[in-house]
Design a protein around this ligand. Sequence first.
Ligand code: M6R
Length: 359
Amino acid sequence: KKGSYDHFMLKEIHEQPMALRQTLHGRIDGDDVVLEDFPPGSFEGISRVQLVACGTSYHAGAYGEWLLSNDGIDANTFIASEYAAYPAPVDEETLVIGVTQSGETADTLEALQSARDRGARTLALTNVIGSTAARTCDDALFIRAGPEIGVAATKTFSSQVATLTLLAERLVRDVTGEPTADHEARLDALADLPEHVEAVTTDTRAEAIAQQRLGDDGHFFVGRGNAFSVALEGALKFKEITYEHAEGFAAGELKHGPLALVTSDTPVFAIGTGQHGNRLESNINEVRARGAPVVAVAPRTATDLMDAADEFLPVPATHPDLVAVLANVQLQLIAYHAADAMDRSIDKPRNLAKSVTVE
Ligand code: M6R
């Protein structure tokens, strides 16, 4: 039931604090993680991680790849429908993680099968107990976000990233024998994530910004590091429910081509995490010099970005590894309010299905 909400998508955006509390429940113990089926040592012997996924889950997988890579693990993300075409090395020391909310996406199931056939250990990171992915993989880790009805994935993305952050901690400890470099601060920030997301879902600024930007030619989303995954996700959500053109780019790629598209009718959403010095500020100046209106989405303490951009959508200041999850919630609200103002079929966008069971 949608209750007092006009759409399931808006309800599910607002459910994120609760979904995250469920995701994290009982899984952080002081400066360690407790993952029910994965006691310490579960991932000993793993030397490589591959993540396979589609759409929003692919963006969560890319976020996980970024976390693992920064923690010193050999990790790569693949678009599931392309995985079989890649001659990526796979052996019994390879853990292949299928990131799939439904656990039923045909492309992801096929990629997991291909990994299994080549001797990899497989793990389903999913929301649905009893799903095909959960049943057919060697292991399953549940994101516990609760049912998601809207075709646009929202709360499941946040819960996927939170679960991948927990999994990264277990994996790194098992593979290297040491916790992640910044584990105490990162786990503290993870524990605070529900409250921080709540601060974003109760912020009303996104609605006015979304309405100001109706009728533009295109919408660009840029970021670096894990904010690049969120730039891709922000653009996917926007195009999926508004039917307007939107693209996500690595901020540093703008000058290698996309800048040719930038005009005063192409707003640019720049996602800052506070991790890349003043490089994002330079990118903001680059597009503003071409007339593009810039909305910076960044921690409220990022006054440099606030000053450089036309509009500022703040998120709580937290551990830089988790800022992009919060920025993503602002972008969900931007997409939702733009689509609502255009009277789109938000919960069932044209041509799309919640679960894609064909290859
Ligand atoms: O159930 P899955 O997570 O495997 O689904 C993957 C994609 O089809 C899904 O994330 C899709 O991109 C969303 N509808 C986007 O909002």
